[in-house]
Design a protein around this ligand. Structure first.
Ligand code: UD1
Ligand code: UDP
Length: 381
């Protein structure tokens, strides 16, 4: 049986790959061999544990303070050795991380077809998000099968002369993962979060980690959160911090010690989706959170200058607000106090998927390997 190798290494890749791994393992015509790089050692293991995935091979490349070139070279070197003894019929990479692009390059050099999940997202600015916009464009140049989550991302690929026959529109597998998780109502590990859920008050959920926001902009985000918490004593601000010490050093000085700011370690995915479902609004620079929150009807303010995910902005659930401290305070305050405005953004929309992305992905891979036919593309009316 043909062997398909998903390769991934960070938290968002693990979440988005989990439904695909499950569907590959369920396929009667493919064998699945999971390889992880360990780029996000702890946050990766947390997600694999939740979804019951035990990798078949682990490159274990993680080191604190790792550089982009370190991630790239260690991944390529590790995969080079692996492919010399264990050559799959196709690899599957997801998104725009350095693990993802390194996996694509290593496979391409070995003549192994590359399947790119979440293909065709474009911000239009090579340097923002950095290095993700460049990473995903590089992967598009060498992939054999491009799995676009939406028709917008398919159109971006067509505009770059990727052949239409090599593109399928699958929806984003993050919505599969969300649907697999959100209704389980998993208990919070931190008793303070359980108390917060029971109290039923308004929650602002905030995450930040983007490389281009690190430094001054991220310090401003911390100050904005502190000002919002001080001005809104009935609101609780929940901040699950990324493991990156650079993020912690930027955000923590402004927010620590406030009674209505709850800083936590990264929440396990089930806990995070539950927190999302009980939050009033979301303030983030994350890609995945921009895709999940609209499904749950949560208004999202995105602390970035641009987005490669315009669908929910057009649907009215997501607003781009940049990283200016005063602007963040103004936009959050407006959503907290203008009910009509809040209601206009709090629409549950699913422009990113219908929970069937993994199934479409596996059908498209089977077709690539001459084993079947694709299912109909995902459409969003
Ligand atoms: C990476 C991805 C980014 C993605 C983000 C999701 C690249 C270039 N960037 O950025 O696209 O949006 O993940 O979170 O691939 N760390 C730990 N333990 C962990 C994970 C991270 O200690 O489990 C710390 C380490 O000090 C590490 C730092 O965080 O050096 C940064 O991690 P890294 O993977 O280099 O980049 P991210 O900013 O997380
Ligand atoms: N997430 C999580 N726990 C947290 C914060 C985020 O499980 O404490 C999930 C979130 O639901 C989303 C993904 O992590 O699916 C997003 O990851 P991240 O923001 O690190 O990366 P990005 O999506 O920006 O690449």
């Amino acid at each position: 049986m043909p062997v398909v190798m998903p390769i991934y290494g960070t938290r968002p890749e693990a979440i988005k790959m989990a439904p695909i791994v499950a569907a590959l393992q369920a396929s009667s015509s493919l064998d699945c061999f999971v390889t992880v790089t360990g780029q996000h050692r702890s946050m990766l293991d947390q997600v694999n544990g939740l979804f019951g995935i035990v990798p078949d091979h682990d490159l274990n490349i993680f080191e604190p303070g790792q550089s982009l070139n370190g991630i790239l070279t260690k991944t390529i070197d590790g995969l080079d050795k692996l492919f010399s003894v264990n050559k799959p019929d196709a690899v599957v990479v997801q998104g725009d991380t350095t693990t993802s692009t390194a996996g694509a390059i290593a496979a391409f050099y070995h003549g192994i077809p590359v399947v790119h999940v979440e293909a065709g997202l474009r911000s239009g600015d090579l340097f923002s998000p950095f290095p993700e916009e460049a990473n995903r464009k590089m992967t598009s140049q060498i992939a054999s099968l491009h799995l676009a989550p939406t028709s917008t991302s398919r159109d971006n690929l067509l505009a770059e002369n990727i052949p239409a026959a090599d593109i399928a529109v699958t929806g984003n597998s993050v919505i599969d993962a969300l649907f697999m998780t959100v209704d389980k109502n998993v208990p919070f590990t931190d008793p303070l979060l359980e108390e917060l859920a029971a109290a039923g008050g308004r929650i602002l959920l905030s995450t930040t980690h983007r490389r281009e926001n690190q430094g001054e902009a991220m310090r401003g985000i911390g100050k904005a959160l502190a000002r919002i918490a001080d001005a809104e004593p009935d609101l609780t601000v929940v901040v699950p911090l990324h493991r990156n010490p650079v993020v912690r050093e930027a955000v923590m000085p402004a927010i620590e010690g406030r009674p209505n700011i709850l800083v936590t370690e990264p929440l396990a995915y089930g806990e995070f989706t539950r927190m999302l479902s009980i939050s009033h609004l979301v303030l983030t620079d994350s890609g995945g959170v921009q895709e999940e929150a609209p499904s749950l009807g949560k208004p999202v303010l995105v602390m970035r200058e641009n987005t490669e995910r315009p669908e929910a902005v057009i649907a009215g659930t997501v607003k781009l607000i940049g990283t200016d401290e005063d602007r963040i305070v103004t936009e959050v305050t407006r959503l907290l106090h203008e009910q009509d405005y809040f209601d206009s953004m709090a629409n549950a929309v699913n422009p990113y998927g219908d929970g069937q992305a993994a199934e479409r992905t596996v059908a498209a891979i089977e077709q690539l390997l001459g084993l079947g036919t694709r299912t109909a593309d995902f459409t969003y009316a």
